[in-house]
Write a protein that binds this ligand. Structure first.
Ligand code: FAD
Length: 410
């Protein structure tokens, strides 16, 4: 088998893998970076199948990695789109409440936003009417002018081109198969990669690969599918993203209206537990071992985690188009359910469960040593946060841990 040597080997060309490569080439211009990807191109999984929202950063617990990097990530990706001529819709977003009980969470989000240094305004029903006349709320809403939407695939393709120009070697159709830990060698079908540092950014398979290296011992991955309905009618008038107040015990934001870069409207995503990791449609990519493993953990969670049980019941109903439409209709004054005629492509979240307490993990998780680094639980808003988050990974897990200076000399 052909042996390829490199300084850094990244697994996965999602937004995390590509941003890591971008930041590595900037930090270490003299080192060579290779990426292996099991698909034939970028954008096949979560990074190409998400809502395309650049989040502002007000949802997240203080001190979390999400709180630390989302605002900065939004600023950097906004600049990236503008300087490269990629489409961005700076439509902003409102979060609306349905009842008195939801106001408490709304105020909590405002507080979190302030703690995270994010521009966020508490507005009255009347003020909401001026910002987004069709949105409906109970007494108050939040207005986030910094939330915007992009086309994620355009960003991935732009990064891909840039990395090729910087001579990063990208091997598509090259799935990771196994590792020889002592030599830091990765085995694929027809090649062996020998790397100083391996960075695992494999999304839905990141936990499995991490386990081969002895990491991610406290976690299992439960995939959650997000489905979308696209609006093809002409009667619905919405100009800004409209979100409900989320259940703060979950990392999901609830079914919402997203205004895409071409100003068309979609609703979603749901957060339905799925049965195997790439369970996008029908039986495609069916994997019986994954099915057994996921069912085992779903049942445990269902029995022992009250919040998971409630979420599972609520979310399964959203497979019904009528239920999903009914949920969305609660956010607006005038709705046009007949116009939602098309299902968009679903995305699947690589959600970790902490097996020590059977809770869904809310923050990004990074584990590693001097030879390998594993990016786990890169769930939303990892797209938004990707540029500064991966810079942090390089600083904390490559430069600091390995005593390297900025120009790459050890
Ligand atoms: C429905 C949904 C909506 C979302 N909405 C938003 C949003 O609006 N804003 C936001 O900021 N974030 C959003 N997110 C989150 C965001 O999409 C993810 O956080 C982000 O895309 C994760 O990127 P990644 O690179 O870790 O994973 P991925 O994009 O999944 O990339 C991982 C890559 O690794 C490859 N790979 C896997 N296994 C192997 C292997 N064995 N060998 C080689 N390659 C392998 C895969 O093929 C894939 O290309 C959403 C996610 C979902 C699912």
């Amino acid at each position: 088998m052909k042996e390829i040597k490199c300084d850094f080997l990244i697994i996965g060309t999602g937004i995390v893998g590509l941003s890591l490569a971008k930041n590595l080439t900037e930090t270490y211009p003299n080192k060579n970076v290779c990426i292996i990807e099991k698909e034939q191109n970028v954008a096949f999984h979560a990074s190409g199948r998400n809502s395309g929202v650049l989040h502002a950063g007000f949802y997240y617990y203080p001190d979390s990695l999400k709180a630390k990097f989302t605002k900065q990530g939004n600023d950097e990706l906004t600049d990236y789109c503008i300087t490269r001529g990629l489409r961005i819709n700076k439509c902003g977003k409102v979060v609306v409440a349905k009842s008195e009980e939801e106001l408490e969470s709304l105020f909590e989000l405002k507080k979190r936003g302030e703690n995270n240094g994010v521009e966020i305004h508490l507005i009255t029903e009347k003020e909401l009417e001026e910002i987004e006349p069709n949105a409906k709320t109970f007494k108050y809403a939040l207005w986030s002018p910094k939330t915007s939407t992009v086309n994620p695939s355009e960003i991935l393709l732009s990064l891909l081109k840039e990395l090729k120009d910087r001579e990063v070697k990208i091997f598509f159709n090259t799935p990771y198969k196994s590792v020889i830990k002592e030599d830091n060698k990765i085995i694929t079908e027809d090649k062996i990669f020998l790397a100083d540092k391996i960075i695992n950014a494999a999304g839905l398979y990141a936990d499995k690969i991490a386990k081969d290296f002895g990491f991610a011992q406290n976690y299992v991955l439960i995939p959650f599918k997000g489905i979308y309905l696209e609006y093809k009618g002409s009667k619905l008038n919405i100009r800004r993203n409209i979100y409900p107040v989320p259940n703060l015990k979950n990392p999901f934001l609830g079914v919402h209206f997203t205004i895409k870069v071409d100003e068309t409207i979609k609703i979603g995503p749901t957060a339905t537990p799925c049965l195997w990791r790439e369970n996008y449609k029908g039986l495609s990519r069916f994997n019986v071992i994954e099915l057994m493993e996921i069912l085992k953990w779903d049942i445990k969670l269902f029995l022992k985690n009250e919040n998971f049980r409630k979420t599972a019941f609520d979310e399964v109903k959203k497979y019904l188009k009528s239920y999903m439409l009914a949920e969305a209709s609660k956010l607006v004054k005038v709705f046009d359910s007949d116009g939602f005629t098309h299902w968009g492509s679903p995305g699947i979240r690589a959600q970790l469960i902490d097996i020590r307490n059977l809770q869904l993990v809310h923050d990004f998780v990074v584990e590693g040593d001097e030879k390998s680094i594993h990016i786990l639980n890169a769930i939303s808003p990892a797209f938004t946060a990707s540029f500064p988050f991966t810079r942090f990974v390089i600083q904390e897990y490559i430069m600091k841990n390995c005593g390297e200076s900025k120009d790459g000399e050890i």
